[in-house]
Design a protein around this ligand. Structure first.
Ligand code: BES
Ligand code: MN
Ligand code: ZN
Length: 521
């Protein structure tokens, strides 16, 4: 990953490929943002008018490169748009800084080092810029041929290295934050936290982007086992035999059609100072073909992303361990591949779930709720203070909220509001969704206790109602449907790349931090 340092160096003296400055959209044209005063001075105070002449407005994400003033060690100044100037006496919002740093880091692909002279008022601002730079610089190149430097592959990836066969450049190798206070404990801690969270978030992106022929349930479980050893997390893996013995009919039923058998992975991070216990449950369909209810062409090309919930849960537990949070966090990864075959579950089959309930499978493409149901029941046995599941669960949620916002459902309105607030705080768009009781009867089955499908209208809410039935009595639970934001197919923006985004990781980590601090219910 991109290396991150805090420095007290003056922008002019930093040996780097570029100095990044912020430019805001003012009422009468672009305005140079705080942090770049010395840079502006070196242009004789004309940076804003030069930028305007070059066509810059300060709009969010806009990138303008210009030759650095004489006397600068870096050859280039890169001005990145921060969007509207904040109201009088207000600072730039963390998310504006994060996005600008991300856009700048993306524009600096192929560079070795850049200094970021963006507005910093406190440690949280420095952390936001660090996050934006580390997340924006991300690129997935494990399967790309590096044209002239094969040796660059491996641990350091292509950071700062040559172009690949398609002309794509490797990520910015080093980001130096100027204007922070490297010796101030609060700054150091905030930036160290940002680095740990972003490293794990980027690892989640790698897992999501890894092709499904290389990441099947067994391979995912092996990654979790290795990470557990490295970070002092206890990892238990139930293989297909253990799942059969335990009666996990949902996970087994979904995995039945695949040559790659399913797994249920439990990651336990414990702190001796913990007062609370959170359980995170992730949907981990390493590939969703739809099964016998096969998806049509055009709907399955990106379905390697269907393990994004499990990737988020995994990343969040590892981040909690790395940060030494004073809260117990258990992660459950419900891993299976949904494939059609002679051994696959058929529409019409009835599964006996881990809870003992029976489910009539009317559509094998509604598989996420089946693996999650078993994991939710299992997670409930430990009586955690709260359970949060994360899943690319329904196309209906994408229709409802679009591709950048996840839906939140819960059996507790206050908890749903808390998660919405936490997501807002870290810059993840989300929205609270209802669970209308009348939609439950659409899942009545003549044969079994419940069917895995109900009414088409409100399909995302129907899925939430299904999951609710498998949560232990009296346990606070929330469900995040990340089907929209988990995988980004459009052009990159801010710190969001193409492909796996790491949606929900930052929300889960912040939820764990706030739970540890005791400032959530
Ligand atoms: N993995 C899909 C949902 C999905 C859709 C994720 C688009 C990401 C992008 C899920 O397993 C699925 O197929 N859901 C069905 C449920 C239906 C059959 C009740 C859907 O949403 O169509
Ligand atoms: Mn499906
Ligand atoms: Zn799915």
């Amino acid at each position: 990953m991109t290396a991150l340092t805090l420095s007290t160096a003056a922008a002019s003296g930093l040996r780097a490929d570029a100095i990044v400055v912020g430019v805001a959209k003012g009422a009468k044209g672009p305005l140079v943002a705080p942090g770049a005063e010395s840079v502006d001075k070196a242009y004789d105070g004309k940076l804003a008018s030069v930028l305007e002449t070059l066509g810059a407005s300060g709009a969010e994400g806009e990138v303008t490169k210009l030759p650095a003033p004489s006397g600068f060690k870096a050859p280039v100044v890169l001005a990145v748009g921060l969007g509207p100037v904040p109201e009088k006496d207000q600072a730039y919002e963390g998310e504006a800084l994060r996005r600008a740093a991300g856009a700048a880091a993306r524009a600096l692909a192929g560079a070795k080092k850049a200094g970021f002279a963006l507005p910093v008022e406190d440690a949280a601002d420095a952390a936001a810029i660090a996050e934006g730079a580390l997340l924006g610089a991300y690129s997935f190149d494990a399967y790309k041929d590096v044209a002239d430097d094969k040796a660059a592959k491996g641990k350091a990836g292509r950071a700062g290295k040559a172009k690949d066969a398609n002309g794509a450049k490797g990520p910015l190798a080093e980001a130096t934050l100027l204007g922070g206070k490297p010796r101030d404990k609060a700054y150091k801690a905030a930036v160290e936290r940002a680095v740990a969270v972003c490293e794990e978030l980027n690892r989640a992106r790698d897992l999501i982007n890894t092709p499904p022929n290389d990441l099947d349930p067994e391979a995912f479980a092996a990654v979790a086992t290795a990470a557990g050893k490295e970070h002092g997390i206890k990892v238990q893996v139930l293989d297909e035999k253990a799942l059969a013995k335990g009666g996990y009919g949902g996970i087994l039923g979904v995995g039945a059609g695949s040559a790659a058998p399913p797994r249920l992975v439990k990651l336990s991070y414990t702190s001796s100072k913990a007062k609370k216990h959170l359980a995170f449950v992730g949907k981990g369909i390493t590939y969703d073909s739809g099964g016998i209810s096969l998806k049509p062409a055009g709907h399955n090309e990106t379905m390697k992303c269907d393990m994004s919930g499990a990737a988020a849960v995994f990343a969040a537990v590892v981040a909690a361990a790395r940060l030494g949070l004073e809260v117990n966090v258990t992660g459950w990864l419900a891993l299976a591949e949904n494939m059609p075959s002679g051994s696959a579950t058929r529409p019409g089959d009835v599964l006996r779930m881990y809870s003992g309930k029976t489910v009539e499978v009317l559509n094998t493409d509604a598989e996420g709720r089946l693996v999650l149901a078993d994991a939710l029941t299992k997670a409930s046995e430990e009586q955690p203070d709260a359970i949060v599941d994360v899943a690319t669960l329904t196309g209906a949620m994408v229709l409802a909220l679009g591709d950048r916002t996840f839906g939140i459902m819960a059996n507790d309105d206050a908890f749903r509001a808390s998660i919405h607030e936490v997501a807002e705080e870290v810059g993840e768009p989300s929205w609270p969704m209802p669970m209308p009781e009348h939609l439950r009867k659409g899942m009545d089955s003549p044969t079994a206790d419940i069917a895995n499908m109900g009414e088409r209208m409100g399909g995302g809410l129907v899925a939430g109602l299904f999951l609710r039935e498998f949560v232990g009595e009296g346990i606070t639970w929330a469900h995040l449907d990340i089907a929209g934001p988990a995988y980004h197919e459009g052009a990159p923006y801010g710190y969001t790349p193409k492909g796996g985004t790491g949606s929900a990781v930052r929300t889960l980590v912040r939820l764990a931090e706030r739970t540890a601090a005791g400032d959530l219910g």
